[in-house]
Design a protein. Structure first.
Length: 113
């Protein structure tokens, strides 16, 4: 079956950086558009970034210039490099195969001093 396993979340001070990873199994990873969403308490789930099989990327306006999505097809892994983190970036970050029902379990990111 398809599995998406995220890692890399944690507590970081404002202005700090984190790198999230999501490793997929059970799919031909290189064929799919991969994405990162986030969900903060009391807010709707929000698409943060996506990357196509051709390495095109798209970002939410709120993270442009600060976050970078990338993929390593040899490792079946998609990454989210998050720099200049702000308290409003605090959320559970979830990896997904775009336009599918496949989701990871999420990894918590807390940005606080």
């Amino acid at each position: 079956q398809v599995q998406l396993v995220e890692s890399g979340g944690g507590l970081v001070q404002p202005g700090g950086s984190l790198r999230l990873s999501c490793t997929a199994s059970g799919i031909i990873f290189s064929n799919y558009v991969m994405g990162w969403y986030r969900q903060a308490p009391g807010k709707q789930r929000e698409l943060v970034a996506l990357i196509t099989s051709g390495y095109r990327t798209n970002y939410a306006d709120s993270v442009k210039g600060r976050f970078t999505i990338s993929r390593d097809n040899a490792k079946n892994t998609v990454y989210l490099q998050m720099n200049s983190l702000k308290p409003e970036d605090t959320a559970v970050y979830l990896c997904t195969v775009i336009s599918s029902t496949y989701w990871g379990q999420g990894t918590q990111v807390i940005v606080s001093s």
